[in-house]
Design a protein around this ligand. Structure first.
Ligand SMILES: Cc1ncc(COP(=O)(O)O)c(C=O)c1O
Length: 284
């Protein structure tokens, strides 16, 4: 497991230690987590490699194709968390050879909390019996049987109890909105916007945690701040809604943004620049 995981993902796997699993950590080099860090750890005893596609803390994007290749070569499953990217760019799990993928509606799928997705490679479904289950996982939930644990032949076996139905309606509205556009067009648009912010922030001398290389970033850009919660508050007064993670200010883009939004962020940051870390201050 890499050091860039979201807490829930890390906790889920840490919880497996009680069942005999051993977690090994792929270490980051500063703001970068290379596939080499995983390569140093994956061997014939590795069952599964949990990996986040885009890091929620700094926007670093993993080379999923390379990690999937490595996992395949060494006989380990790849379990991808695409939460910080789904809806902002396409992802072909089959072509990449991803075994499992999780994501949710709360970010770039423009939906509410409470609705998430699990993809399981088809050939694996019949071999897996979840540790947590409920009536929706049964062959026929409406048999209401309490005396047997049969498993739906389809991916429905991974479901548990009653889903949050009102949230599903809101989630559908977000997804239907996005379906009017090509995800690849959104990706290109968002990439240009995030690139514009990275470039201008670097030119201004701010510490940009997110890689400059387009292939190494997702839809979010993180700048290091001396007081990120305060900076988020200050930006609100400029009409800009960002978020903070640790000492990072996170600015996220989607298809509905344009270059004028980036320029508005840059102008506001200039006015609040006392709250931004600068490269020369870090080097000093
Ligand atoms: C990378 C990543 N994974 C997962 C989640 C969501 O986890 P949970 O469903 O526990 O809120 C988030 C939320 O921001 C995230 O950034």
């Amino acid at each position: 497991m890499g050091e860039f995981e979201f807490p829930t993902m890390a906790h889920t796997w840490l919880a497996q230690e009680r069942r005999g699993a051993r977690i090994r950590w792929a270490k980051a080099r500063g703001e970068v987590l290379d596939v080499e860090a995983y390569a140093a750890l994956i061997d014939e005893r590795t069952l599964v490699v949990p990996a986040t596609h885009v890091c929620f803390r700094n926007g670093f994007r993993l080379d999923v194709a390379a990690l999937a290749r490595l996992c395949r070569e060494r006989g380990a499953y790849l379990f991808l968390d695409d939460y910080q990217r789904t809806g902002s760019a396409p992802l072909d799990v089959r072509a990449l050879g991803v075994d499992f993928m999780v994501t949710g509606c709360l970010k770039y799928l423009l939906g509410p909390a409470g609705v998430a997705f699990l993809y399981v490679r088809k050939e694996l479904i019949g071999r897996l019996e979840p540790a947590v289950t409920g009536w929706f996982g049964r062959v026929n939930p409406f048999a209401y049987a309490i005396d047997r644990l049969d498993w739906s032949a389809s991916a429905r076996r991974f479901e548990a109890g009653t889903p949050p139905v009102p949230n599903a309606f809101a989630a559908r509205a977000g997804i239907e909105l996005l379906e009017r556009y090509q995800t690849s067009a959104i990706e290109a648009h968002v990439r240009a916007l995030s690139g514009r912010l990275v470039e201008q922030a670097r030119a201004a001398g701010y510490v940009v945690a997110t890689p400059a290389e387009a292939a190494r970033r997702g839809p979010l850009v993180v700048l290091r701040s001396t007081d990120a919660p305060r900076l988020v508050e200050r930006l609100k007064a400029h009409g800009i809604i960002g978020s903070c993670r640790g000492d990072g200010l996170r600015i996220s883009f989607h298809g509905y943004n344009d270059a004028s939004d980036v320029d508005a962020v840059v102008a506001a940051l200039q006015q609040e620049s006392a709250l931004l870390r600068r490269v020369e201050a870090v080097r000093a």
